[in-house]
Design a protein around this ligand. Structure first.
Ligand code: URA
Length: 217
């Protein structure tokens, strides 16, 4: 069976430039939010390459022509709370007619295990393309659980958009989805070196939620 996990690491100087400022410890939350938003819009361009469209007729001021529009059922965008929320606006600018669901997942900092505390995703995703937003693909635990939930509800394909990924997280996704008859893609702005013993991406950018929204104790 062919590999069913596709990984796309964006290779573009503008993305690298924005990512570098995002990493900088001196970048404040308002600037971080703006840069995350801009980066997602650039990544969304790549992530939506396989979006389903259907042919439509259009009349220009000069002549009739054929074009395309997004096919039904519309895609659904699912940010993983809380840090994924910082990616939603950038994504919706490109896909304004998409539906939005929400998944609240939290990682225990000691055990690194993941639990779901909010599930606002339709029970049936039959025939739907899903775009999952999670800035940091670290251990991969959250993303594997989230993707399994979406596939379990009938999603035809799932594309995860991440600002940064660690090799350990990608390996975990490969173990979970390669050799399964599913269609899963990861699009990321950068692939970093490794995880540290606290599960943070190195060099990474720190805690994405804290940097977006400030620390909530
Ligand atoms: N989550 C984050 O916010 N940052 C990391 O480096 C890893 C997981």
């Amino acid at each position: 069976m062919p590999d069913s996990l596709r990984i796309h690491v964006a290779d573009h100087p503008l993305i690298a430039h924005k990512l570098t400022t995002l990493r900088d410890v001196r970048t404040d939350s308002p600037t971080f939010r703006r840069l995350a938003d801009e980066l997602v819009a650039l990544l969304a361009y790549e992530a939506t390459r396989g979006i389903r469209v259907e042919q439509v007729a259009v009349t220009t001021p000069v002549a009739p022509a054929m074009g395309v529009k997004l096919a039904d059922p519309r895609p659904i965008v699912v940010p993983i709370l809380r840090a994924g929320l910082g990616m939603l606006d950038g994504m919706m600018r490109l896909l304004p007619t998409a539906e939005v669901g929400f998944l609240g997942m939290i990682r225990d900092e000691e055990s690194l295990t993941v639990s779901t505390y909010a599930d606002r995703v339709p029970q049936s995703l039959a025939g739907r393309q899903v775009f999952l937003l999670d800035p940091m693909l670290a251990t991969g635990g959250t993303l594997v659980d989230a993707i399994n939930l979406l596939l379990g509800r009938g999603a035809t394909d799932v594309t995860a958009i991440c600002l940064l990924a660690a090799p350990e997280g990608l390996d975990r996704l490969r173990r979970a989805f390669d050799d399964r008859d599913v269609d899963v893609t990861v699009v990321t702005a950068g692939l970093d070196e490794r995880l540290n013993d606290k599960g943070y991406i190195v060099p990474g950018l720190g805690d994405a939620g804290d940097r977006l929204y400030g620390v909530v104790s």
